[in-house]
Design a protein around this ligand. Structure first.
Ligand SMILES: O=C(O)CCC(=O)C(=O)O
Length: 295
């Protein structure tokens, strides 16, 4: 039986908090106007460009073409996009983004008062990229599709977003759809429903974890930079934080399987450091977490 899945148009930009909350309820998405001043955006943009160049120079961090989620392999030259992960380590300008006064209340509106940061990373999508699979942030990583949101995401637009430069593509209204599987969601019918957003730099998109979305095709000749700040409800973590608490002498006695059960191995894109890199038990935050780099 065909399920009822109709997209809505994007809601208009708003700088009114209550209106933004209403948009989130109806569309699963809102677009916050002027969340950042032009000066703030300039500082962030400059730092991201330097970091991009530094990670290129030192050959660290994550590069992609975009379509890796389909299992497609690409050469280094085709990997035109850089994911600059763990921005908390990469400049003081990113620290206010953790609980930004214009955006954090919207996250609280979606998933409640108690939240933890899932990741903060820049999606610097290069021209010539490919589309990533449409996905919901909270599924398929959460193996059982839930009919309530446990994740919420923010995209801070550091450059203007448009269909030409691969603005983020979302399907407003899809948070209320009945379950469709990942393969169906990536058929041309649904791909065509996900349109690149058009919004100026300084604005921010907020969406809940059940909205189908992905990146757009960038053919502009310029890099499109958005910062994703993703959150989870606070309960989605273990009671004991073994990565801090297990003593070194004990670690040596553990098998790889036991370390995995204690949370030392990533699962999908979760639980790594600097994106999805493997966090080994011996991980040394001072040596291995990427800090501020310049080209
Ligand atoms: O780069 C984009 O526009 C989309 C990124 C995305 O889909 C995500 O962060 O979940």
């Amino acid at each position: 039986m065909e399920v009822e899945t109709k997209p809505l148009d994007y809601p208009p930009l708003t700088d009114d908090l209550e209106e933004a909350k209403n948009h989130l309820d109806e569309y699963g998405v809102c677009i916050v106007k002027d969340a950042f001043s032009p000066e703030e955006v300039d500082v962030i943009d400059k730092r991201l460009k330097e970091q991009f160049a530094g990670e290129e120079k030192h050959k660290v961090g994550t590069k992609s073409r975009g379509d890796e989620g389909y299992g497609v392999k690409s050469s280094n030259e085709e990997k035109v996009s850089r994911l600059v992960w763990n921005l908390i380590n990469k400049g003081d300008c990113f620290i206010p983004l953790i609980d930004h006064p214009k955006l954090f209340p919207l996250i609280n509106h979606i998933i409640g008062e108690h939240v933890v940061l899932c990741s903060m990373g820049a999606h610097m999508n290069g021209s010539g990229n490919e589309r990533m699979p449409l996905h919901m942030d909270q599924w398929p990583l959460v193996p059982h599709p839930l009919d309530f949101p446990v994740m919420a995401n923010t995209m801070v637009l550091v450059t203007d977003n448009s269909p030409e430069n691969g603005g983020t593509r979302l399907i407003p209204g899809s948070h209320k759809w009945p379950k469709i599987d990942y393969k169906t969601a990536n058929s041309s019918k649904y791909q065509d429903m996900a349109k690149s957003i058009t919004a100026p730099k300084g604005s921010a998109i907020v969406w809940e974890g059940r909205v189908w979305h992905g990146n757009g095709l960038n053919r502009s000749g310029e890099v499109r930079s958005n910062i994703s700040i993703a959150y989870l409800q606070s309960w989605i973590r273990p009671q004991e934080n073994s990565q801090y608490s297990v003593r070194e002498g004990v670690l040596e006695k553990l098998t790889e399987k036991q370390k995995e059960v204690l949370g030392f191995s990533p699962f999908g894109t979760l639980g790594g450091h600097d994106g999805s890199s493997v966090s080994r038990a011996e991980f040394d935050r001072n040596r291995e977490s990427i800090g501020i780099l310049k080209g």
